[in-house]
Each structure stands twice: as structure tokens, then as C-alpha cells.
Design a protein. Sequence first.
Length: 303
Amino acid sequence: MTDDPCRAVGPARPLAEITRAAERRVAALAAGRNPALLARVDAAIALLDQTMPGRGHRDLPAELFPLVGDDAGFVPLLAARLLAGIAARRPARAVPDPVLPELQRQAMRILTLDAASLDDDGFLKDLSICLLLSFPCGAQVVEQTGCLPRMALPSGGITQAMQLARHLAATGYRPGPYLEIHTHTPMLGDFNPAGWERCYKLVADLLALRPDCLGMIGGSWFYDPALAMISPRLTYLADTPIAGGAFRIRLGHSEADTGHATATSPTRRKLVAEGRYLPTRWLLIWPREALLTWAASRTGAIQ
Ligand SMILES: CC(C)(COP(=O)(O)OP(=O)(O)OC[C@H]1O[C@@H](n2cnc3c(N)ncnc32)[C@H](O)[C@@H]1OP(=O)(O)O)[C@@H](O)C(=O)NCCC(=O)NCCS
């Protein structure tokens, strides 16, 4: 089992308390600084509010970077200022009630970040959470801009292409949007069967508020069917959704997949070193109606 990097994440705090804590943090970070800094942070927030809806969490607008400059204090201030406005932003960006406690827990963690950077994918997920464009949901953070990659059709042979073609036909040949799940290091404390089941139920709550979303997708080495032989402990990650009507398609191999798959497991490291395992990325697709049906069948099954 991985260490629990989530142990610093405390209980959900009321939104009013988060707002007050964020305002105190803003005051502390801005103390003694040129007042123009806060004006630049607010300009950045206006820019992000305008441009980020509909874009992935990494796809920051180029106009943001001149505002940030080389001021190391800017990014923590940006996160704190966004969290100070979280209650005001909520009516415009709907958060289902069951997701709110997850958001409240992560908000307090994000407030304590000292070394935030726009070069860090982990922080970009946190920034997207602060903007209420991504949502912490148990084992995963969920964003609402997922799209089926073009390479998915040819990357896994004829059977896969036909399966995907059937799904595309059933969804009006639209590549998205899907709710896309991502592993987020600060949330690894919930990376276990219970945390995943909570994730899928919260995804169902998000889907209910987003009728345009076609379902849930997630891409990872851990959806590879080869894991049945290599890391059977992890097969629940694909088995539960597949039992609920999801399917998976092969995307291919990259060095990043090897890096992720070998990061924590001596077994997988050894097999890769011996040339007996090539970590390969698969995409899990859980169509909307199937996921909603699964979630309805699970109501009351887990807490
Ligand atoms: C995805 C991830 C969080 C899963 O972690 P996990 O649930 O602990 O499962 P892992 O298979 O990685 O476990 C790693 C080691 O922890 C130990 N372990 C895990 N679960 C265990 C359990 N239930 N009992 C005993 N030991 C356990 C084992 O030593 C295992 O090594 P092994 O494969 O040689 O047996 C972890 O692999 C990880 O952080 N990977 C890097 C980041 C990543 O892949 N992100 C996703 C990108 S798409």
C-alpha cells in the first residue's frame, strides 16, 4: 500500500470558515507587498474565469503568464484569493451537494500550499478545483472537458474499432464532453475500493447536473488487462466499472506509462527491467446511462 499522502487532509470545514481562512491567508501573503500585486491576481482570476470553462486544467491561457511574471508569491495568493471567493463562485458553477464536503476538505489543504507552481500538474488540478471546474470525488479528481482521443479508433485493432464505432454511433458521433477522472497525489489516501466506489457515485451526481456529458472516461496503465497477471490487486479498478457497463480500449505505450506503472511497485519494476511487461495505456469509457444505472443500483450500498 502507498503511504498516505492525504493524511494532512482534515475534515470538511463549513464554506464560511474556508472563506475566512482564505481571507486571512490572502492578508498574510499580501502583507508588505505592493498593492498592485493583488490587482494583478484579480486580473488573473477574471481571465481564468473567462477562459478556463471548457478547457482542460493544463490548458492555461497564454495571457496569464505575463500577469504572474517571476513573482513566487503570486501563485499561492491566486489560490487563496480564489478560495476566498468560492461561495460567491458556487451559484455559477454548480457543485452537487454530495461533492461539496470533498471540495471543502481539499480547499483547506490547498490553502496551506507553500510551493505552488504553474509548472506542476498537481497544482494545476488544484487550481481547477479552486475555479470549480474540477471536483475532488473520493479516489479521483474529475474534470468536465474529457474527449475521446482521435488515436483511439486505430490504436487497438479491428474489434476495438468496431466497439468504439458502435459507441460513437449511439452517442451521435460526438467526441465529448465526458467527465474525465485523474489520479491526484494529495488524494491518494482515498485510492482504495471504497474511495473508488464513492468516486463513481459522485460522478453520477455530477452527470445528473450535466445532461450534455456522455459519461465518464479515464486513461491509465492501470486499466491494462495485463494487470490480471501482474498486479491482480489493482484489477478492481477496471472490473467494477466493466461489471457496470463500461468498456476499455487500448491507446498504446509511452515512457510516461512506464514511469507511472513502476513508480511504486517492485514487482512491475522487475518485470519491466526483464522485458516481460510493457506498461500500456488503456482508456476506460463508462457510458452515461450505464453509469447512472449502476449508481442507482448502489444507492445505500456504501457510505
Ligand atoms: C496508482 C497507485 C496509486 C496505486 O497504488 P497502490 O494501490 O498502492 O498499488 P500498487 O500496485 O502501486 O502498490 C505498490 C506496492 O505497494 C504494496 N501494496 C499495495 N497494496 C498492497 C496491499 N493491499 N497489501 C500489501 N501490500 C500492498 C506492494 O508492495 C506493491 O508493490 P508490488 O506490486 O511489488 O506488490 C500507485 O501505483 C502510484 O502512485 N503510481 C504512480 C502514479 C500513477 O500511476 N498515477 C496514475 C497515472 S495514470
